[in-house]
Design a binder for this molecule. Structure first.
Ligand code: ATP
Ligand code: ZN
Length: 383
């Protein structure tokens, strides 16, 4: 515990096979390396913290490895690999275009490109947040990108692909990085928790993954924070408190109330939520996601779109079985309208309360309508 190092650095993947959730990219890169068909310019696009810089560094190490493995991975033992692992290689240059975006910055880089590497095969230039380069800097760079020396490889990374000029796009091999799924994030966090000999309930890790929405870097830094906050004992409850997330239990309870048209009960639960310091729109957003999950549960074909823990899945399924699909859809529509009106509403509490009351009445209304007029539709959606 005392030696707990920031996970994002300590657990930065050192080879392609340990990069989580980007197999479509790592496989292609490994094949290109093995077959000696490496492009000279790459564009790595995708959300923040999903492994762009990490993959760029692994690529740099691998193509300089003196003893490339048959599977396309670096050996991690040769001199070159060791200097890369120590962060001491002269063959990798990183430029953060967010803070160095002038023509002069690019000229300095272009000047360096002229010199062949003293050791190793390739020099790799990583330009992070490349969309931030000024247009004159872009132009100064274009010539080098068009005719790079054989030993130079450029890896441009960006979170905003649409801002990249077509002249650059057409000169790069483009890789689209994906946000990391909740399950992949949970598995990765679990792995770190075991290695660090900490303890964490699976549902607690799920909460972290859910909160950080596919960004691995944020998941790891959140894990770090909660570890120090809880002394390394993560439970669902203490993680919930730390992350300031609304407990799903509230939504199950609200729905129980709605099912029996218990208006008073539903309003009291909403009051509890407000007392805890949450805002009405947190609640509306959470309830909408909850209903969306109930809808997704209705069909096994789309069940994987519901990214919740195994425990919670069963609970969702049971609840979903008690509601008709038309009810859920109508309720979602109602919540959507309520969310749109929320900002304008003067009495926000009342605005949400009205929605809850209507949800209670809706249950009856939709059941009546669907039985009489749309029995067929309901059967289809429900089956
Ligand atoms: N796919 C992944 N698998 C495992 N760890 C990851 C992955 N993506 C990110 N990480 C972790 O997050 C940290 C930051 O990742 P990285 O710098 O590669 O992200 P990035 O996509 O380049 O983000 P940015 O666009 O913000 O620069 C890494 O040190 C690593 O610990
Ligand atoms: Zn090596």
């Amino acid at each position: 515990m005392e030696n707990f190092i920031v996970s994002a650095r300590k657990y930065r993947p050192q080879n392609f096979s340990t990069v989580v959730g980007q197999a479509h990219i790592t496989t292609t890169l490994k094949n290109a390396i093995r077959n000696n068909q490496l492009a000279h310019a790459f564009l790595f696009c995708g959300p923040r913290g999903v492994g762009k810089t990490t993959c760029a560094r692994i690529l740099a190490k691998t193509i300089n490895c003196e003893n490339l493995q048959p599977d396309g991975e670096a050996c991690d033992k040769c001199d070159s690999c060791r200097t890369f692992n120590d962060g001491a290689s002269f063959n990798i240059h990183e430029l953060d275009a967010a803070s160095n975006n002038s023509v002069d910055d690019i000229r300095t880089l272009v000047d360096q490109v002229r010199f062949a590497p003293q050791a190793g095969k390739y020099k790799i230039y990583i330009i992070d947040e490349v969309h931030m380069l000024s247009s004159s800097a872009f132009n100064a760079f274009l010539k080098t990108l068009e005719e790079p020396p054989s030993y130079a490889i450029f890896i441009l990374a960006t979170t905003e692909k649409h801002k990249i000029l077509p002249t650059i796009l057409s000169r790069c091999q483009i890789f689209d990085f994906r946000r990391i799924t909740i399950q992949d994030t949970v598995d990765h966090l679990q792995d770190i928790v075991s290695k660090e000999q900490l303890s964490a309930e699976a549902d607690a890790l799920h909460l972290i993954a859910q909160k950080t929405d596919g960004c691995m870097r944020d998941s790891l830094s959140t894990l770090d924070k909660i570890v120090s906050f809880t002394g390394g004992q993560l439970t669902y409850q203490n993680t919930l408190e730390h992350l300031n997330i609304l407990d799903y239990d509230y939504f199950f309870r609200i729905m129980e109330g709605v099912l029996v048209q218990d208006i008073a009960g539903s309003l009291l639960i909403f009051d509890e939520i407000l007392q805890k310091g949450f805002e009405g729109d947190n609640f509306l957003g959470g309830l909408a996601e909850f209903l969306r999950n109930l809808l997704v549960c209705k069909d096994d074909k789309v069940l994987h779109l519901m990214e919740v823990s195994a425990n919670l899945k069963d609970r969702y399924r049971q609840m979903s079985g008690r509601l008709s699909a038309p009810y859920i859809v109508t309720a979602l529509q109602l919540l959507n309208d309520t969310e749109i009106g929320y900002r304008m509403a003067r009495n926000k509490r009342l605005h949400v309360e009205m929605a809850l009351i209507r949800l209670c009445y809706l249950q009856q209304a939709v059941t009546l309508v669907s039985n009489e007029q749309t029995g067929e539709v309901v059967k289809k959606l429900d089956s």
